[in-house]
Ligand binder design. Structure first.
Ligand code: GLY
Length: 393
């Protein structure tokens, strides 16, 4: 029987429930069913991944199989992070075994010289989730060492971590994505690491808040500073449409990042700022709440979407809804996050031939790379958002 025929005659709510799309509030997805879907997809990946020390990154457009990368790739922490979340959600030992195995692959990052800011994405999503769940002291040691490594990229004259030492933009560069990596520093400073790591994270967030945004609170992707004086030289883009456009994932990193900094500091100026960077994103979204890859992309509505930005934002909004005392914002963030997850689960799920959770993410459009495809960080934040929503219900 076709899906269409099967659901004829059902009331809207019953149909949504039967399709696995209904939550307690009526706006969100069927969380349990979505977690089971993610577990089944990850199980298929586990069965097909080559045992050569590689991790899944993305499924190229029109391909069926993951493109794999090694531990040094900026995305290496997301796959072990997913496995930790799946172990947490299901208790299935196979996910524990695999999470430990893929986490340990990243160990050299804690001792190698820092090549860029991505150490937080890599090590906090893998070892960080692993330590949160298992309390394995070996993991803790790696996280603490990596936080010290990340801090070597901090320039006190500028007040930020340099994101891409290998890219020459004519100064000390910091990208908005770097906000995400501050969580590693906060955690280390509160769990036996140097207290200076806390100060570095706060200063980075303050400097970014002061320089990295336009008057409407949309973010530049890259900010370039004079490394000697700390003066702002320019804001430019790397992965967005234009220097003055709002790259969707960049704004999503900002929403998530400032929400996390407020959680860690309880300084109200960060909450206020998180609300502002969320506002411009929410107000400019298309009706279905899934952004195009750049809010200023010239061919909208015929531009690729970015499901990863939607997943990151859904997860961030759930946390922001819990942190804010403003009842109107609380309700808006929660219901929009739930609607984003419902849309992703209904229209962005991978078809049966692809083992990722979601399709239609865009990695680096200007470089012609990873356009409208499955990417591992979209899956990671999708699953994280589902687990956050589950805990909130
Ligand atoms: N630069 C990391 C990202 O693509 O979001």
């Amino acid at each position: 029987m076709s899906i269409k025929l099967k659901f004829i005659g059902m009331a809207g709510a019953a149909m949504m429930a039967a399709l696995g799309l209904k939550s307690d509030t009526g706006a969100g997805p069927d969380i349990q069913r979505q977690i089971e879907y993610c577990a089944a997809q990850a199980t298929k990946t586990l069965a097909t991944i080559p045992d050569t020390g590689v991790l899944p990154r993305s499924v190229p457009n029109n391909a069926k199989y993951w493109k794999f990368v090694e531990y040094g790739d900026w995305t290496s922490g997301f796959w072990p992070g997913e496995l930790w979340y799946l172990y947490e959600a299901t208790g299935d030992q196979k996910f524990l075994t695999a999470a430990d195995k893929y986490t340990l692959l990243l160990t050299p990052l804690s001792v190698n010289k820092a090549s860029d800011h991505d150490l937080g994405f890599q090590v906090f999503n893998s070892f960080g989730n692993g330590y949160r769940i298992t309390k394995n002291p070996g993991y803790k040691e790696i996280i603490l060492r990596t936080a010290d490594t990340l801090a070597t990229l901090y320039n006190p004259k500028v007040g930020t971590i340099q994101s891409w030492p290998h890219n020459n933009y004519g100064g000390h560069n910091t990208i908005i994505d770097n906000m995400m990596n501050l969580e590693l520093l906060f955690w280390a400073s509160k769990n036996g690491g140097d207290k200076k790591l806390y100060d570095i994270a706060v200063k980075h967030a303050e400097t970014t808040m002061a320089n990295h945004f336009r008057d409407d609170h949309s973010s530049y992707h890259v900010l370039v500073y004079d490394p000697q004086t700390g003066h702002k030289i320019k804001g430019v883009t790397a992965q967005g449409f234009a220097d003055d456009s709002m790259w969707a994932r960049g704004q999503a990193w900002a929403i998530y990042g400032f929400t996390m900094v407020y959680r860690e500091t309880k300084d109200p100026k960060f909450l206020e700022f998180a609300n502002k960077v969320a506002r411009v994103y929410l107000d400019r979204l298309p009706k279905d709440l899934i952004p195009y890859w750049d809010f200023n992309a010239p061919g909208i509505p015929n531009e690729p979407r970015d499901a990863s930005a939607a997943a990151i934002t859904a997860s961030a909004l759930l946390e922001l809804s819990a942190l804010t005392d403003d009842k109107i914002l609380k309700k808006e963030y929660r219901s929009k996050a739930e609607k984003m997850l419902t849309e992703l689960s209904a229209k962005y799920q991978s078809h049966s031939l692809i083992n990722a959770f979601l399709m239609h993410s865009t990695g680096h459009k200007p470089a012609g790379s990873e356009i409208d495809c499955s990417i591992v960080y979209a899956d990671y934040y999708y699953l994280e958002a589902l687990l956050r929503l589950k805990k909130m219900q």
